[in-house]
Design a protein around this ligand. Structure first.
Ligand SMILES: Cc1ncc(COP(=O)(O)O)c(C=O)c1O
Length: 383
């Protein structure tokens, strides 16, 4: 039986929620999104939440709101998805890559502090695979540089915690992705949360062309209302058609986490005695269990992918090191020796299926394939 890499959790009621929006005059951002934004404020116990049409566009809106642009630097980990770095380029700034911790694969406060320059305006710590970075430690490491914003890349970490705190508690903003494979999804989308009222005011504009009023507000009442353009913004608002898919998923995310945890524990028990490497634990972190990644000697990783695919098992690679992908290598001249931890992890990692609808039987097939096909490959490859 094939085992897909991912399946969403949406049930048939999701179609009814979309049908209700279709029956209204307005398909774009409106009353449904506003209710979801309230749900997000309650979930994260935070004053400001904005739905966005992707993590990427939301991060561009955030950088524009913070006036990060040409001549500025944004510190990002070398082990992440390309979007974390691309958003700096998209506003004309320079992403400054930092290698990650060899055990946790998270960006470390000391490494960030070492990369800070007079041009640094933001840091984008990535809660990779669902484990949260040390944000109070990061703030402390930045010392007196209060002009440096911390923008959390929480694309993998909607329901994660660190020392009991959710994303958004120790940063200027935290940004989530609701992309198709994420723990909370509406196909494409995301959200920004912030405690900062001034940033929230600016974000409300940069999320929508820099306009002074949302379409829903411009259309209220019978009389047309003029709007103004107050700053440069992008188009990052989420339509109600997609927002309608979110409420049950947000409400059920913690109970689905229990299933993710059970699946991850079964993988860990099965691979404990093998030479496969897993990311190390993060102290104090409640893992959102977004991805289950293993690491093999780079020389046999791609053969392992082929072997799993031949058994009908979907896998992905999260991620190859960003600085040595063609665009960044050609733009900044980075080589594999510049970020050795990210390079080595990225050359040897692969991600196995992990989602609440994965059955025990399907997972047993994945485990058997890894033990029968992948582990022998690793044993043959090891020096
Ligand atoms: C770590 C990380 N950051 C950012 C993104 C970008 O999210 P989006 O596709 O919503 O723009 C992703 C998406 O996969 C991601 O995994």
């Amino acid at each position: 039986m094939p085992v897909p890499f991912y399946l969403h959790d949406l049930d048939p009621e999701a179609a009814e929620a979309v049908a209700k929006v279709v029956a209204t005059p307005f398909l774009t951002s409106g009353a449904v999104g506003r209710e979801v934004e309230q749900q997000l404020r309650d979930f994260f116990a935070i004053d400001h939440a904005f739905l966005i049409n992707s993590w990427t566009n939301g991060a561009v809106a955030t950088l524009l709101a913070l006036e990060v642009g040409p001549g500025d630097e944004v510190i990002v980990p070398a082990m992440t998805f390309i979007a974390s770095a691309n958003v700096a380029r998209l506003v004309g700034a320079r992403p400054v890559f930092v290698d990650v911790d060899p055990e946790t694969l998270l960006i470390q406060p000391e490494a960030v502090a070492a990369a800070v320059s007079p041009r640094t305006r933001a840091v984008i710590p990535v809660h990779l695979y669902g484990r949260m970075c040390d944000l109070p430690g990061l703030r402390a490491a930045l010392g007196p540089r209060e002009d440096i914003a911390i923008i959390e890349d929480a694309a993998h970490c909607f329901e994660g915690l660190r020392d009991g705190d959710p994303p958004g508690r120790h940063s200027e903003a935290a940004i989530f992705s609701f992309y198709a494979t994420k723990n909370v999804t509406c196909g494409e989308g995301g959200a920004i949360v912030t405690r900062d009222p001034e940033l929230a005011t600016r974000l409300a504009r940069t999320r929508l062309h820099g306009m002074s009023e949302l379409a829903i507000d411009r259309m209220r009442g019978a009389r047309y209302q003029h709007w103004d353009m107050l700053c440069l913004g992008t188009k990052a608002n989420l339509p109600d058609l997609l927002a309608a898919l979110l409420p049950p998923q947000i409400a059920g995310v913690r109970s689905r986490l229990a299933r993710r945890e059970a699946l991850a524990a079964r993988y860990e028990a099965a691979f404990g005695e093998t030479p496969l490497r897993l990311p190390g634990p993060v102290a104090g972190s409640l893992d959102a269990r977004h991805l289950f990644c293993i690491h093999l000697p780079p020389a046999c990783r791609d053969e392992a992918i082929l072997a799993l695919n031949a058994r009908g098992i979907g896998v992905t690679v999260n991620y190859r090191a960003v600085p040595t992908l063609t665009y960044y290598r050609e733009t900044y001249g980075h080589g594999p020796e510049d970020f050795p931890v990210s390079q080595h992890w990225g050359d040897g990692t692969l991600s196995l299926p992990l989602y609440p609808r994965l059955t025990d039987q399907q997972q047993d097939e994945v485990i058997a394939a890894v033990l029968e096909d992948v582990v022998p490959l690793v044993q043959r490859t090891r020096p």
